[in-house]
Design a protein around this ligand. Structure first.
Ligand SMILES: Cc1cc2nc3c(=O)[nH]c(=O)nc-3n(C[C@H](O)[C@H](O)[C@H](O)COP(=O)(O)OP(=O)(O)OC[C@H]3O[C@@H](n4cnc5c(N)ncnc54)[C@H](O)[C@@H]3O)c2cc1C
Length: 475
């Protein structure tokens, strides 16, 4: 069996395949992209202001209107709706609320089954909203396969299978031959198909559809509107933007990896760049050589993993592996272009699918995610509970954002619910240390994870210490 490793495969093949790749996210490069909404101009007031027009902000706006149609809601987005992580991700819309079952079990063992149920209900509700608002986002509840590409990953995966079966999950195990029959690659040792807990979607079209639904419900949406400051007064909160100011009774911050308007939120997330490639459409012969008739999302089971999927128009999206942090928590457009990572990813693609040699990539992009030390979302409030925020999705927020928005609204409305009583909701990850320690900790952890993958999964002293403390770093 071939293994997927860090050594680039035949550099000439890789460079040729990437030569014409546009440095833009595939999903956003679409004729269906809507016209921009006008920026905020002058002085306005509202009941609820939502800052950020990704999935968290959009769900907040839609759910706020669904629960109270009389509430006056304004959404302010610095750039364009869905232009950041929400419109440029892999499109795995997952039920997990804890970055996977194993991570949930580690952090919240007493709650994990309840969280699995709530996560599945959340995914079902997203599906219903997609139908209700007639959002054409290529929704396909195909599930996700964890693929073992080494013998030690296969052994780990079989333990996961036993654990998931004991918790009543709907899964199917593929040994090496069955995995080959599902998707043809010389790298596979085994696979675990988690059938009902992931839908594959076009994420940009989900954001555009939710924005349209929000506007139809009466939400005022302003794009090109960076909120520069948030000032509390005794009666309200004032959001200042380059063209005006919005005075609101309540504010939901949905700004993900970008600098939070509440200082306390800043220390618990770091911006990490995740990268992805999209191929040109495969021919019928190429698809026949790959199989993959059931459209599952796939992620390999290493510490530094690849995720990949089919698109509705016959391409393959291939992403992950490098999760890059830049000193000082930097976020800059030029950091989205990292040729060495794209070449590494392309090399791994052809190691996985050698039968596709000659296929070209049309798009190569990166986006920034909000990594926290426990790898799943947390909430907070500020200014006498008149401001709420949810952050920390760590690369698995497509489904979680709706749950994040629900809890955020519970907190702003002062409404005790099953959700607000959870330890998931009432606890937070530990903060990252300041620089230069921050970059050192992240660098050492990334390096150690790479070593563990290369060393049959053996975790060094540093990773074992983090494991004991319940800390992690991931994309
Ligand atoms: C390459 C990549 C692949 C991924 N793949 C997956 C996947 O397959 N499955 C999965 O579950 N997750 C995935 N993720 C993660 C997922 O996309 C995110 O967790 C999710 O989209 C977070 O949504 P959000 O609305 O919180 O953040 P964002 O989409 O980042 O939205 C935040 C918005 O806030 C705006 N903003 C920030 N500051 C201000 C301000 N001061 N004023 C006004 N607006 C502001 C930003 O412009 C931005 O539009 C991936 C992410 C990336 C980058």
């Amino acid at each position: 069996m071939t293994t997927v490793d860090a050594s680039p495969l035949a550099p000439a093949i890789v460079r040729r395949a990437l030569a014409d790749a546009a440095p833009v996210p595939f999903w956003l490069d679409s004729p269906l992209a809507p016209e921009p909404q006008p920026p905020l101009d002058g002085l306005q007031t509202c009941d609820l202001a939502v800052v950020g027009g990704g999935l968290t902000g959009l769900w907040t706006a839609v759910l706020a209107k669904e629960s109270d149609p009389g509430r006056d809601v304004v959404l302010l987005e610095a750039d364009r709706i869905g232009r950041q992580a929400s419109g440029r991700n892999g499109g795995f819309c997952m039920a997990t609320l804890t970055h996977g079952f194993g991570n949930g079990l580690r952090h919240l063992p007493d709650e994990v089954d309840r969280l699995e149920r709530l996560g599945l209900e959340n995914l079902d509700e997203i599906e219903r909203a997609v139908e209700r608002y007639e959002i054409d986002c290529d929704w396909r509840r195909a599930g996700e396969i964890d693929a073992a590409v080494t013998a030690w990953q296969a052994a780990d995966l079989s333990e996961s299978r036993d654990l998931l079966l004991a918790h009543g999950r709907d899964i199917e195990w593929f040994d090496a031959d069955a995995m080959q029959a599902e998707i043809s690659s010389p790298t596979y040792h085994a696979g675990l198909w988690k059938k009902d807990r992931c839908a594959m979607i076009d994420p940009a079209r989900l954001t555009w559809g939710l924005a349209r639904a929000a506007r139809r419900l009466g939400v005022r949406v302003h794009e090109g509107t960076l909120v520069e400051t948030l000032e509390p007064t005794s009666a309200a909160l004032v959001l200042r933007t380059p063209g005006g100011a919005l005075t609101a009774r309540r504010v939901m911050l949905a700004t993900n990896a970008f600098p939070a308007l509440v200082p306390a939120a800043r220390r618990r997330v770091v911006p990490v760049y995740d990268h992805a490639l999209m191929t040109e459409p495969l021919s019928d012969e190429q698809w026949a050589a790959v199989g993959w008739r059931r459209f599952q999302g796939v992620a390999d089971a290493g510490n530094r993993f690849h995720y990949y999927r089919r698109s509705a128009d016959g391409r393959i999206l291939w992403g992950g592996y490098d999760a890059l942090y830049h000193y000082g928590s930097a976020i800059r457009p030029e950091l989205e272009r990292h040729p060495a990572t794209f070449e590494k990813l392309a090399g791994h693609f052809f190691q996985t699918f050698p039968q596709l040699e000659g296929l070209r990539f049309t798009h190569a992009w990166a986006g920034v995610i909000d990594t926290c030390a426990r790898l799943f979302q947390f909430w907070g409030t500020a200014h006498d509970r008149r401001v709420a925020y949810v952050l920390g999705y760590t690369g698995m927020g497509v489904g979680e954002t709706r749950f994040g928005a629900l809890v955020g609204l519970d907190l702003l409305d002062g409404r005790p619910t099953e959700r607000t009583s959870l330890r998931l909701t009432t606890t937070k990850p530990i903060p990252w240390p300041p620089e230069p320690l921050r970059a050192g900790v992240i660098g050492l952890t990334s390096w150690s994870l790479g070593r563990a993958d290369a060393g049959e999964g053996r975790r060094n002293l540093w990773l074992r210490t983090l494991d004991r403390l319940g800390l992690g770093f991931d994309s």
